[in-house]
Design a protein around this ligand. Structure first.
Ligand SMILES: [Zn+2]
Length: 165
């Protein structure tokens, strides 16, 4: 190996550059237009738009504008990953805080949903057998697109056109 290449200053600079480049140009995963992966990408986009329209103010602090769609139960729980009851308009700081301190968002979600609906959501989240079918995901997607259209008067674009099942 070239001695000069391992000069520490040079290395640090190079590493920093790499990181910056990685952050800016995060590669977009190419998915097949008819795949479930693409459907889920579209759902993420549409749900995020819907949630920020529904909750313009951060659900937790009720002060900052919502800039993110925050999952109450972690997005790794497939039964509630795209459930509008589980995804809420939230500001960056509150969403970050939720990772280590779930109580404030829990209180906020409970207040918005009410006891019964909150209990349903919790049960569904913990049910690891439930998995939405492609058809159910498609229905959810078109319902959300419609709801966004109703609220904005503009048809939401940017979702993949899929063959009708
Ligand atoms: Zn907030």
């Amino acid at each position: 190996m070239n001695g000069y290449y391992h000069n520490s200053t040079f290395r640090i600079k190079e590493d920093a550059k790499q990181m910056k480049r990685g952050g800016r140009l995060r590669p977009i995963r190419k998915t097949h237009p008819e795949s479930d992966a693409r459907l889920k990408q579209d759902l993420t986009k549409v749900l995020s738009k819907y949630v920020c329209l529904r909750d313009p103010l951060c659900i937790v602090c009720r002060f900052n504008e919502s800039t993110q769609a925050g999952h109450f139960f972690h997005r790794d729980m497939p039964s509630v990953e795209f459930d509008p009851r589980n995804v809420w308009g939230i500001c960056g700081p509150c969403n970050y805080r939720h990772e280590t301190e779930p109580q404030p968002m829990r209180d906020a979600v409970l207040a918005r949903l009410g006891e019964a609906s909150f209990a349903d959501l919790t049960e569904l989240a913990n049910n690891h057998k439930v998995k939405l079918s492609t058809n159910e995901l498609e229905i959810l997607l078109s319902e959300l697109v419609e709801k966004i259209g109703d609220q904005t008067g503009v048809k939401f674009r940017g979702v993949t056109k899929r063959r009708t099942a």
